[in-house]
Write a protein that binds this ligand. Structure first.
Ligand code: GTP
Length: 940
């Protein structure tokens, strides 16, 4: 593939330094005459400077020719044959030559090229001039030189071609040049280029290996170089190239191509062989395309070939450019894709190959192919997961950065000149805010009970006489050092919720209360919760619970936690441990005080209350009467009724706000949880919210987020389907998939449903895939999606909206409604089982021995076997097998006819004789007919 500068120079007939300087002009790094030059560069050199160099070479040759020719020729001759394997074209020609039979062949060949193309017919005229010009080059070319000698007849030249056998070389040129000779040596052309003549460039053609034409060839040192003038033409000839076509591969496979070509040359048949040669470079290059395909290497080939008297037009500049581009691109698994040089490509999570392709300016289809070669089947528009994007990036030498949702959201907001998460103004604008607390701990250690107890202990609640409602968070007011201090509790205990929020980039919690039951001590989830708190860099207050219980050992808990780095203050550490009893309501005030003190000691909890509100949605659901409702936690600013709000993919205007007592409030300050009404959709827990200038802006942001989330979800769901998976499912027969669209009345219930569904285990044969999910009524959009993807809609506590039912009926979409999650799971599980292909079990029915054979022309199967049923029975509709001497000679046969006496029978039992015709005529006396039935087996 790569050639050295001096070889290239020789081929072009110029001095190495000329090539060197030209390459340098082109910006290529080449040091000396022995430096190697990659095929694509060679090609570019030729395309851009070929003519000039060849001209230069020709002049030089002309000057030296007389002297040189004499000895060079012979030299070349020797070389070609063996020494230059690289120059297959030449080589082949030589051998081939003989074949043509026409003795002259060998010799003439050289000449042939020389002569003007036009003349091809009249080879004889081999013009001197051309020869001279070529001389330089020629020297390399073995073939030509010798040829000359023998006969002036160019005619023979074609002969080599005929060699099509070896043909390749010829082939290419042959197309045009070769053909010419053809007439002379008809045999020569294997019919490859029937249309040869057309072009005038024959001269060179003949000598030139097809590959050369393509440019890949140039590398060939020994190649007979066509005369300078030829260069450009060659390309036009290309089409003629039979198998040898070094499409893209040509460049790589200079050498390889040739050889292959040799074989392939002859007609399309050679295609396969030819290809590999041409493609030597890329591993996949060898792919044996259809013959026709190989020939050409490209679509052009297809066109060129088909049309009989096809005109091989010259390649347009554009075509050449494309070809060059293609050649320049490295090949991955046979696919040519331009590689990057490590530049950063930022892609959103869930981006598709088309997005990737757009960013790097390549064809998405080629990326699909590259991935295919990497073992992944992905379509161009399908969302691809992060890992795959990164792998592809590595393969193509791009630094793919999958933008995290948070970054993406930041960018999205930036595009609207908005920023989330920063307090406006300076220090002076900040005011203290209450700490936000999450309760975590091991199962059954009393988290819920503690939250309830604290809620009841709420001073404010006591004063107001209010009963707190669960809106996802509540505030408690306590007295510390005579000051009323508020604390906000997030009402969802457990670190899962905490972590889930963190995973979304939301950190609502300032302090974590780690509940440890004094009678149980530190348990696995205690440690897990602790680690989550540490990871989030959230200070911990330990509530040693259930101290009212017998066997409670709060000291032990302190000791245990010390091992995990939580050293109680009383032991000299900085973690406050409070003994409490959620049940007996002991130590609750102390716990509240500890929270306030820890906040004061370790945290600077301040926020600017005088700005547009920002914060997090901590809980949201669809309320039948009130529509989407979301509990938001204001983190900074003040949220007011009437504000335009965007919360994740939901937006709207705050119609009303309620506190944890169900009371209407007009505003919510930092750390205040509030139930917001007025959103158009249900945001997710952990989604951030912010007040923006107007509804329009809120809508725009929400819409962009929604689109993004959908993509990300698709990417996550689509998973990677590897080739292996694909193959194995192919082996197993089609994999069936039950597609579902889940709609529910709350984000929690939908998630719960989806999680439960994910837990259904049916095996590999059928799969369950949730293609979309959402909160709210079943809409026409859902139905359309279901119709398009053949999915079933599952509505959990929701009903269809508008004309959704009508549309579903029309489209044949099934909508299942459930209000009990287990019922939904049971039914879906049953449906999945129903999709399983039945398992059949063989059940033996009986055996019969063939005692005699009767021929009957009336019987379709030929022989009627006279049998004695020796066990069980033989049934007309049974399956049978023939057993001879203990071996099964034919299996799974049908009973074509079963007769008892002269009547048709549906069953003949043991001990009776019968006449049987089976769908196997070669039965013999003594064979045993074994009858069996395939019975569907129940799955468990
Ligand atoms: N004796 C006693 N029992 C308690 C105390 N706190 C909680 N319990 C009991 O412990 C059991 C578990 O309490 P929960 O509050 O449900 O515990 P949890 O940590 O929220 O449990 P999960 O939600 O399953 O993780 C209940 O039966 C409570 O009544 C306490 O201080 N003393």
């Amino acid at each position: 593939m790569a050639v050295r500068v001096h070889e290239l120079a020789r081929e072009l007939g110029v001095e190495s330094k000329v090539v060197l300087s030209t390459l340098k002009e082109m910006g290529e790094y080449v040091k000396s005459a022995s430096s190697t030059v990659e095929a694509p560069v060679v090609r570019r050199l030729k395309e851009e400077h070929g003519d000039r160099l060849l001209e230069q070479g020709a002049k030089k040759a002309a000057r030296k020719a007389p002297a040189k020719k004499a000895d060079e020729a012979p030299r070349a001759a020797e070389k070609t044959p063996e020494s230059t394997p690289a120059a297959p074209p030449a080589t082949p020609s030589a051998p081939t030559a003989p074949k043509p039979g026409p003795a002259p062949t060998p010799a003439p060949a050289p000449e042939a090229p020389t002569p003007a193309p036009e003349e091809s017919q009249a080879p004889a005229p081999a013009p001197e001039a051309p020869a001279a010009a070529a001389a330089e080059t020629t020297d390399a070319r073995p073939g030509p030189a010798p040829t000359r000698t023998p006969g002036p007849r160019p005619g023979p030249a074609p002969a080599p071609r005929p060699g099509s056998a070896g043909g390749l070389p010829t082939g290419g040129s042959a197309g045009s040049g070769g053909p010419r000779p053809g007439p002379r040596t008809p045999a020569a052309r294997p019919g490859n280029n029937p249309f040869s003549s057309k072009q005038g460039m024959q001269q060179d053609r003949a000598p030139r290996p097809p590959a050369a034409r393509e440019g890949g060839a140039p590398a060939r040192p020994g190649m007979p170089r066509p005369n300078p003038a030829m260069m450009p033409k060659q390309s036009s000839v290309t089409p003629a190239r039979p198998g040898g076509r070094p499409g893209p591969g040509g460049r790589a496979g200079g050498p390889g191509g040739r050889p292959g070509g040799g074989a392939g040359r002859p007609g399309g048949g050679g295609g396969a062989g030819a290809r590999p040669g041409g493609f030597s470079g890329p591993p996949g290059g060898g792919r044996p395309g259809g013959p026709g395909r190989n020939q050409r290497g490209g679509t052009q080939g297809a066109f060129g070939r088909a049309g009989g008297p096809v005109r091989r037009g010259r390649k347009s500049k554009r075509a050449k450019r494309q070809e060059f581009d293609q050649m320049q691109a490295p090949s991955i698994g046979g696919v040519r894709v331009r590689k990057g040089d490590g530049q950063v490509v930022r892609l959103a999570r869930g981006a598709s190959l088309t997005d990737f392709a757009d960013k790097v300016g390549v064809d998405a289809a080629s990326l699909v192919q590259v991935l295919f070669h990497m073992g992944e089947m992905v379509t161009a528009t399908q969302s691809v997961n992060d890992e795959t994007l990164q792998l592809l990036g590595e393969e193509l030498n791009y630094d793919v950065q999958v933008v995290s949702p948070e970054d993406e959201d930041r960018e999205l907001l930036e595009s609207f000149s908005l920023e989330f998460g920063e307090d406006e103004g300076d220090e002076a604008d900040l005011a203290a805010r209450p700490p936000v607390v999450t309760v975590m701990g091991h199962v059954d250690h009393g988290k819920t009970k503690l939250l309830d107890a604290l809620r009841k202990a709420n001073v404010a609640a006591k004063e107001a006489g209010g009963i707190t409602q669960s809106i996802g968070a509540y505030q408690v007011v306590t007295e510390v050092d005579g000051n009323e201090r508020a604390i906000t509790f997030i009402d969802t205990p457990g670190h899962e919720a905490f972590t889930a929020m963190r995973a979304r980039g939301a950190q609502a919690t300032d302090i974590a209360i780690l509940v440890v039951a004094a009678d149980d001590g530190v348990m696995p989830q205690t440690v897990e919760a602790l680690n989550h708190a540490k990871a989030a860099d959230v200070p911990v207050v330990v509530a040693v619970n259930k101290i009212d219980k017998e066997g409670a050992d709060s000291t032990k808990v302190r000791g245990q936690l010390t091992e995990y780095g939580l050293v109680p203050e009383e032991y000299g550490g900085d973690t406050m441990f409070i003994d409490v009893s959620a049940k007996a309501e002991i130590g609750l005030d102390a716990l509240l005080e500890a929270i306030v003190l820890t906040a004061d000691a370790e945290l600077d909890l301040r926020a600017n209350p005088n700005q547009r509100a920002e914060g997090l949605a901590i809980e949201a659901h669809l309320d039948r009467g009130r529509g989407p409702v979301a509990t938001v936690l204001v983190q900074r600013g003040t949220l007011r009724v009437g504000d335009s709000l965007v919360a994740g993919p939901a937006f709207g205007r705050v119609r009303a706000m309620l506190d944890e007592f169900g009371e209407n409030i007009q505003e919510a300050t930092p750390s205040r949880p509030a139930l917001v009404l007025g959103l158009t959709a249900v945001p997710g827990a952990g989604d951030n919210f912010m007040v923006v200038e107007d509804d329009r802006l809120a809508r725009q942001i929400a819409e962009k987020r929604e689109a993004r989330e959908r993509n990300a979800l698709l990417a996550k769901r689509s998973g990677r389907r590897t080739l292996e998976d694909f193959m194995s499912s192919l082996e197993k027969g089609e994999t069936d998939e039950l597609l579902l669209i889940l709609k529910g009345d709350g984000a929690g219930s939908v998630e719960a449903l989806e999680d439960s569904l994910a837990g259904i285990e049916i095996g590999d044969e059928v799969a369950l895939r949730v293609i979309d999910r959402g909160v709210g009524a079943i809409t026409e959009t859902d139905v359309n999606l279901a119709a398009a993807s053949n999915a079933v809609i599952v509505g959990y506590n929701v009903r269809p909206q508008g004309k959704a039912t009508e549309l579903a009926d029309r489209e044949g979409v099934e909508i299942k409604y459930y209000s009990v999650i287990y019922q939904a799971i049971d039914e879906i599980e049953a449906a999945l089982k129903g999709m399983l292909k039945p398992i059949y079990e063989e059940q033996q029915l009986g055996t019969a021995e063939i005692r005699d054979l009767f021929k009957s022309s009336k019987v379709k199967g030929g022989n009627i076997a006279g049998c004695m049923v020796t066990s069980g029975s033989i049934r007309r509709n049974a399956k049978v097998r023939i057993v001879r001497d203990g071996s099964v000679v034919a299996d799974n046969l049908d009973v074509l006819s079963l007769r008892r006496e002269k009547d048709d029978a549906s069953e003949v039992r043991e001990g009776f004789e019968c006449g049987v015709v089976v769908s196997y005529s070669d039965v013999k006396v003594g064979d045993v007919i074994e009858a069996f039935e395939l019975v569907e087996k129940k799955r468990d």
